[in-house]
Design a protein around this ligand. Structure first.
Ligand code: BES
Ligand code: MN
Ligand code: ZN
Length: 499
């Protein structure tokens, strides 16, 4: 799908030929002398429409309007949040098979830059369709979407960032949604390799032999029970001078989590194909970086494997040695995410990072604590926590900070190893974070538990692409305070095209 930005007032919007014209009307809308203004003013006056976000009125073949269908849409207070909410309400019209070309036109006198970006994301979100393993699925019908604002140059940068973010979010959704037999560790690594074709991005993939050489005993223990060989994916984005400390992103890449010998109950086990959504968010973030080319260095690390029960599987009570040298008594093989992450966190130290952020569908307990609205945020550094929290708010991809008191680590004590891999049921998302913290030393570190936010269950079952918005926003904020290097010219950045 192509997004275009244009300077358009309502008079000009009326002559845009398209299948669907959406006119966004904010609170206090001031009608002009054009036909669409008159129509909106009339509907508002008669009470057939209000400017409350999401309220709308659809019309067909309106005289003096080139669009076949027109939707007058309340935009509330005109904020990014209200705009997204409004566009969600007309998602069905945007997704309809007969909607191939759409025009969004803002009736406000001025539009905040963040609103243009939010609109692009909302349209993409509403029209995404999963097709990879369906033979009769219709592809996304919307092929072109024009966003009309009073002053295009003013919002251009944010609009472009929004388009890049859409490419990243859709990459993450796509890989999150693929069934585990279509998204094995090897296939995930192949997807990462395709990102290595983008400017300033490199990708290295390590196999089982190399991971064994590195001494990643915890990661190896999880992978043991599967026929699918593990992959350790290492991505680099170099947008700043070499001596600039990178941000390292670590994504949990369990391509299917049966629980292993501590096997999970059958209901909803299919949803454990989403247990690589942390990894998918790292891939999606790199996809967006490839587009945006910010002045920053980023490393992406993905430990990818399946967690399966088998004759070779690791067993409850087994003790393994992690890359850090610390030993772990694996009391529950279903607490596998922290096992693959701890070795990746140890590996992360070699980059002398400015910050390490791991992203993981780590605990059911986090879903109980925060539901599907906010991701869990844990951090050993207040500045990093504040920056991530802020990035989440402005991306409408919010998180909430959770505590890390040392007392929470008490339950991880083991009689047979340096630590157990589980504590009791109480505070399960926090004790998981305390386990990870044993592997980060004094690096500034944050952990995002996305178990509740990475996908939706029920009728709308599917990956959300979260927290790509939060991560990209955070990285762009970091780039603002870091010196630029010459733009890359060797590889051309492909134009943002989604699905
Ligand atoms: N991938 C799961 C966490 C999960 C469960 C995410 C349900 C979303 C929905 C993780 O590997 C896991 O199984 N965690 C266990 C930990 C427990 C054994 C300490 C859990 O949360 O039950
Ligand atoms: Mn598990
Ligand atoms: Zn898991």
């Amino acid at each position: 799908m192509n997004f275009d930005l244009k300077t358009l007032d309502l008079a000009a919007a009326a002559s845009e030929k398209c299948d669907l014209l959406i006119v966004l009307l904010p609170d206090g809308f001031k009608p002009g002398k054009d036909a669409l203004s008159a129509l909106a003013a009339h509907a508002l006056k008669n009470g057939d429409l209000t400017t409350k976000a999401g309220k709308h009125l659809q019309m067909y073949q309106v005289p003096a309007v080139a669009a076949r269908r027109v939707v007058l849409l309340g935009q509330g207070d005109g904020s990014a949040r209200a705009t997204r909410q409004a566009l969600q309400a007309v998602g069905a019209a945007l997704k309809a098979p007969q909607t191939k070309r759409a025009v969004l036109c803002f009736a406000a006198a001025s539009v905040q830059a963040a609103v243009a970006s939010a609109a692009v994301q909302a349209v993409a979100e509403a029209t995404y369709v999963y097709t990879a393993t369906k033979t009769k699925a219709e592809a996304r019908s919307l092929t072109r979407c024009i966003v009309g604002v009073p002053d295009a140059p003013e919002v251009r940068a944010d609009f472009d960032a929004g388009v890049a973010l859409v490419a990243g979010v859709e990459f993450a959704r796509e890989w999150g949604n693929r069934p585990a037999n279509h998204a094995t560790p090897s296939l995930l690594a192949a997807a990462a390799k395709t990102l290595g074709k983008l400017p300033r991005i490199q990708c290295k993939v390590h196999g089982p032999a190399e991971v064994a050489r590195l001494g990643m005993g915890a990661f190896l223990a999880v992978a043991r029970g599967s026929e699918e060989p593990l992959r350790f994916i290492e991505l680099r984005y170099n947008g700043a001078p070499k001596d600039k400390a990178p941000v390292v992103l670590v994504g949990k890449g369990i391509t299917f989590d049966t629980g292993g010998i501590s096997i999970k109950p059958a209901p909803e086990m299919d949803e454990m194909k989403f247990d690589m959504c942390g990894a998918a968010s790292v891939l999606g973030t790199f996809r967006a970086l490839g587009e945006l080319q910010p002045a920053i260095n980023v490393v992406g690390l993905i430990p990818a494997c399946e967690n399966m029960p088998d004759g070779r599987s690791v067993k409850p009570g087994d003790v393994v040695t992690s890359m850090s040298g610390q030993t772990i008594e694996i009391l529950n093989t279903d607490a596998e995410g922290r096992l693959v992450l701890c070795d990746a966190l140890t590996y992360a130290a070699r980059f002398k990072p400015a910050a390490v952020v791991d992203i993981a569908t780590l605990t059911g307990a986090c879903v109980i604590a925060l539901g599907g609205v906010r991701s869990g945020l844990f951090a050993n550094n207040d500045d990093l926590a504040a920056a991530l929290q802020q990035a989440g708010e402005s991306a409408q991809d919010p998180c909430w900070r959770m505590p890390l008191d040392d007392d929470y680590a008490d339950g991880l004590k083991s009689n047979f190893a340096d630590m157990g891999n589980v504590a009791g049921r109480a505070g399960g998302s926090i004790t998981a974070a305390k386990f990870l913290q044993k592997y980060v030393g004094d690096m500034p570190w944050a952990h995002l538990d996305i178990a509740g936010t990475a996908w939706k269950g029920g009728a709308a079952k599917g990956a959300t692409g979260r927290p790509v918005g939060l991560l990209v926003n955070y990285l762009l904020d970091q780039a603002k305070v870091s010196p630029a290097i010459k733009p890359a010219v060797s590889k051309r950045s492909p134009r943002a095209k989604t699905a």
